[in-house]
Write a protein of this length. Structure first.
Length: 336
C-alpha cells in the first residue's frame, strides 16, 4: 500500500482537478445554455435523456433530477432505442444526449432517427465540432478536460462536468417554472424527505383528538380535557365565546401553577379560571405549513406542543412532539 500521505495528496489533487474543470465551465457558459433551458421549458412532451457507459449513468441521474423537480423525463438506452425503443420518442420531446467525445457510435446511430421523428436534440459534449454536436439542435460544449484518472482513461472529470451541467439545467428550469415547495413535496411522498415535506394538517390532532375548553373553564376542567381526550395530549386549546383561539395551557403550566400554589398556600388553584394562567400569545403554526418547519419551531423554542391556528384565527389542531415521533420525523430533522 502506498504511503498514507501520498494517498491523501493524490486524492486532493484529483478533487482540485475536478474543481478547476467546474470553475472553467462556469466561466465559459454561454447563450447555448439559455437556448437549452428554453427548449426544456417549452417542451410539450418529455425530456428523453440518453447516453452510454458512464455518460449513460449521468444521463439517468439528470433525468431523475428533472422528473423530481416537475419536468417529465425518461432515460433511453441508445442500443435499445435502435432496436425498437425509439418508439418512446415523439416529435414533442427533447432528447438530451450525453457523450464526452461526441463520437459514441451507439449514440450517433440514434441521432438521425430522432431528428427524423421531429424531436429536438440537445447535446452535452466536449467539442463543438464533434459528430454529435454537428447533428444537434443545441450544443452545450464544456471543452476538453483532463480526466482525473492517473491513467487519463477512466471517465472522472468529464462525468463530473456533465453532471454539474445537468444540475444547472434542471435548477434553471425549476426556477423559471416557479416550482414550489408544495409541488416538490408532491413528487417526494416517501422516505425522510417526504416526511419533512408533509403538511401540518396531515399530522395534527383534530376533531375528537383535539382538547378544547372555553375561557370560563377552570383548571380542573382543563386538566380533565387533557386526560380524557384521545391520545392524552399534554396541552389544551382555550377558545373564546366566538370560537376564536384565546390561549394555550400545557401540563408544564399546570406543574408550575401547582408548585406556586403550594408555596403560597392557595388551596383553590384547581377552581380558578384557566384564562388566568394560559399563555395568551403562544407560538403557533398554520395548518398549511410544513412538518419540517413545525419541528424546527419545537426545537428552537424547546417546547413539546404547538397550537395549530388558521388564518382566520381559529384553533384547528394541536401538534404534539409525539405526533412527529409517530411518523419518525425526529430521526431526520427539518430540511435546511
Amino acid at each position: 500500500m502506498a504511503d498514507e500521505r501520498q494517498i491523501l495528496s493524490d486524492a486532493r489533487d484529483l478533487l482540485a482537478n475536478e474543481a478547476r474543470a467546474l470553475d472553467r465551465l462556469a466561466e465559459t457558459l454561454d447563450d447555448g445554455f439559455i437556448e437549452a433551458v428554453r427548449h426544456l421549458l417549452t417542451c410539450q412532451g418529455r425530456i428523453v435523456c440518453t447516453g452510454i457507459g458512464k455518460a449513460g449513468i449521468i444521463a439517468r441521474k439528470i433525468g431523475a433530477t428533472l422528473a423530481s423537480t416537475g419536468t417529465p423525463a425518461d432515460f433511453l438506452h441508445p442500443a435499445e432505442a435502435i432496436h425498437g425503443d425509439l418508439g418512446r420518442v415523439t416529435s414533442r420531446d427533447v432528447v438530451l444526449a450525453l457523450s464526452n467525445s461526441g463520437t459514441t457510435e451507439e449514440l450517433l446511430k440514434l441521432v438521425g432517427p430522432v431528428r427524423s421523428i421531429g424531436a429536438t436534440v440537445v447535446a452535452i459534449t466536449s467539442a463543438t465540432d464533434s459528430p454529435l454536436a454537428l447533428h444537434a439542435d443545441v450544443v452545450l460544449a464544456y471543452g476538453q478536460v483532463a480526466e482525473a484518472c492517473p491513467l487519463g482513461l477512466a471517465p472522472t472529470t468529464s462525468t463530473t462536468v456533465m453532471l454539474a451541467l445537468g444540475d444547472a439545467l434542471a435548477m434553471a428550469v425549476l426556477t423559471e417554472r416557479d416550482f414550489s415547495t408544495e409541488e416538490f413535496a408532491r413528487f417526494h411522498p416517501g422516505g425522510n424527505l417526504g416526511r419533512s415535506l408533509m403538511l401540518v394538517t396531515e399530522v395534527m390532532r383534530s376533531g375528537d383528538r383535539l382538547p378544547v375548553v372555553g375561557t370560563d373553564a377552570d383548571i380542573a376542567q382543563a386538566v380533565d380535557a387533557m386526560t380524557s381526550t384521545k391520545g392524552r395530549p399534554g396541552a389544551v386549546i382555550v377558545v373564546d365565546d366566538s370560537g376564536g383561539f384565546a390561549g394555550f395551557y400545557t401540563d408544564g403550566d399546570l406543574r408550575r401553577n401547582l408548585l406556586e400554589a403550594r408555596s403560597s398556600g392557595d388551596g383553590d388553584i384547581l377552581t380558578r379560571k384557566v384564562a388566568e394562567f394560559m399563555t395568551v400569545s403562544p407560538v403557533t403554526i398554520d395548518p398549511g405549513d410544513l412538518v419540517g418547519d413545525a419541528l424546527r419551531l419545537l426545537r428552537e423554542k424547546r417546547i413539546d406542543q404547538l397550537a395549530v391556528v388558521d388564518k382566520a384565527g381559529r384553533a384547528v389542531g394541536l401538534l404534539d412532539i409525539q405526533d412527529l415521533l409517530s411518523i419518525k420525523a425526529l430521526a431526520w430533522g427539518p430540511p435546511t
